[in-house]
Design a protein around this ligand. Structure first.
Ligand SMILES: [Fe+2]
Ligand SMILES: [Fe+2]
Length: 190
C-alpha cells in the first residue's frame, strides 16, 4: 500500500508531464485553492490538494482515449459530451486515477469525475473542487472584490454563486448549459 505522499508525488509528476505548462500551473493553483477551501469548510485538506492536482490530467488526451477511459464508469455519454468529447476529461481522469494509481477514495474519485459539470447530490469535496477550479487566482474574473464577496458564504451559497456566474458566462458566449449543471444548481436552490 503506497503512502499518500508517494501517490501525490506520482500523480503530480504525471500531471506535469501530461499537461502543458499553463495547465499544470492551473492545476497547482486549483490544488492550493481546494486545500484552502477544505480548511475553511472542515474537509480533508490533503484530499482537496490531491483532487486539485489530478483533476485535469486527461485534458490533453485524444478523443479515442478519453472515450475509452470515461465510459468505464458505466454512466451514459450525454449529448453535450458527444458533441465535445474533451468534456469527458474529468470522467476519464477518475478512471485513470483508479486504474493507474490505485486510488480508491470515493470522495476524490467523485470530485474529479464531476468537476466539469457538477452533479446534483455530490459531496462536499466534489463541491469544493468544482468551486476551486473556477475561482483559483489565475482566473481572470477572480478579483479581490470578487473574493471579498465570497468571504462569509456558506458552502452551498458559494457553490450557487460560482455556478450562477458560470452559467451567465456560458449564456453570454452562446454555449449550452449541460443538464447536469442545471440540475446541480436546482438541487441547491430548490
Ligand atoms: Fe477540467
Ligand atoms: Fe481545471
Amino acid at each position: 500500500m503506497k503512502t499518500y505522499e508517494t501517490l501525490l508525488d506520482e500523480v503530480t509528476e504525471y500531471a506535469k508531464s501530461h499537461e502543458k505548462k499553463e495547465r499544470f500551473e492551473h492545476s497547482m493553483r486549483t490544488a492550493a485553492t481546494c486545500a484552502d477551501l477544505c480548511r475553511r469548510f472542515g474537509e480533508d485538506e490533503k484530499k482537496g490538494w490531491f483532487a486539485g492536482i489530478s483533476h485535469d490530467i486527461c485534458k490533453e488526451f485524444g478523443d479515442m482515449e478519453l472515450v475509452s477511459l470515461a465510459v468505464k464508469d458505466g454512466l451514459p455519454v450525454s449529448q453535450i459530451e458527444r458533441t465535445k468529447v474533451s468534456l469527458l476529461h474529468g470522467r476519464a481522469a477518475a478512471t485513470l486515477l483508479q486504474e493507474q494509481f490505485g486510488i480508491t477514495d470515493s470522495e476524490i474519485i467523485e470530485a474529479v469525475r464531476h468537476h466539469t459539470f457538477g452533479k446534483a447530490g455530490m459531496g462536499n469535496l466534489a463541491k469544493l473542487l468544482f468551486v476551486a477550479d473556477k475561482i483559483e487566482p489565475g482566473r481572470e474574473h477572480v478579483t479581490e472584490k470578487y473574493l471579498k464577496k465570497t468571504e462569509n458564504m456558506s458552502l452551498d451559497e458559494l457553490v450557487i454563486f460560482v455556478l450562477s456566474e458560470n452559467i451567465s458566462y456560458l449564456q453570454e458566449h452562446g454555449k449550452k448549459i449541460a443538464p447536469a449543471t442545471q440540475e446541480f444548481l436546482e438541487s441547491l436552490v430548490g
